[in-house]
Design a protein around this ligand. Structure first.
Ligand code: T5A
Length: 216
């Protein structure tokens, strides 16, 4: 059986990653591919438990490296229990956030030594890299407004949504830098597009980079 493909979606808060994940999964399903959507932090019961702790801000006081360790612990369980088995079973996995979120949020913004973070990433993923990463590029003021609009009455902002606008602007730039540095893996998409137009652009990128048609 052919191995599946691993697609990750990245970008700032409210950029439209979850919405795009659903649309892409729908298109891949229509094209006849077994597809699974998942997310980080989380995606497996143990990783979801770690997600709750991090997003409630429980690791914040320990610093960016401790947070990176917690995201990595969650990622190891997610890879071992869901991502790798699904790929080996021939499924296409679409993951809402993955290594680039740690590189950007903890690495660049948390000012962790790049060599240290690279070593942690290497141990964590143990050779598993995305086949394609779609980075949703959006002015953070628009993304944060979208995220705020979706929030239920009385629901608090999470650990990272509560950061300053300057933080979110730097985050956008850090994602753009990754896209420029790794053009073979990453495609930058304009997230101001409507959900339908964005899904179309993403589908084109998937078709160009990965084999979505049976070989003739
Ligand atoms: N984090 C995560 C780290 O710091 N390090 C790590 O290693 C990892 C893995 C996760 C947080 O953890 C941090 C990053 C994050 O701060 P989360 O709740 O999963 O927290 O946050 P997000 O991933 O940012 O998820 P969001 O749900 O906030 O944003 P999405 O998924 O990008 O956006 P989505 O699709 O839910 O859409 C948001 C709203 O916008 C509308 C939707 O209908 C929805 O109302 N929308 C659009 N509107 C206009 N045009 C479009 N194209 C739209 N697409 C969606």
């Amino acid at each position: 059986m052919d191995k599946g493909r691993f697609i990750t979606l990245e970008g700032g808060e409210g950029a439209g990653k979850s919405t795009l994940a659903r649309a892409l999964a729908g298109r891949l399903g229509e094209a006849g591919f077994a597809t699974r959507t998942t997310r980080e932090p989380g995606g497996s019961p143990k990783a979801e438990a770690i997600r709750e702790m991090i997003l409630a801000g429980q690791a914040k006081d320990y610093g960016a490296f401790a947070e990176a360790l917690m995201f990595s612990a969650a990622r190891i369980d997610h890879i071992d229990s869901l991502i790798r088995p699904a790929l080996e079973g021939g499924e296409w996995v679409i993951c809402d956030r993955f290594i680039d979120s740690t590189r950007v949020y903890q690495g660049v913004l948390g000012k962790i030594d790049p060599a240290l973070l690279a070593a942690l990433e290497s141990v964590t993923v143990a050779g598993l890299m995305p086949d394609l990463t779609l980075i949703l590029d959006l002015d953070p003021e628009i993304g944060l407004a979208r995220a705020a609009k979706r929030r239920r009455p009385g629901e608090a902002v999470d650990r990272f949504e509560g950061e300053t606008l300057a933080f979110h602007r730097n985050l956008r730039q850090a994602y753009r830098d990754i896209a420029a540095r790794e053009p073979r893996r990453c495609v930058l998409l304009d997230a101001t597009l409507s959900p339908e137009a964005l899904a179309e652009a993403a589908w084109r990128a998937v078709g160009e980079r990965l084999q979505t048609r049976p070989e003739a």
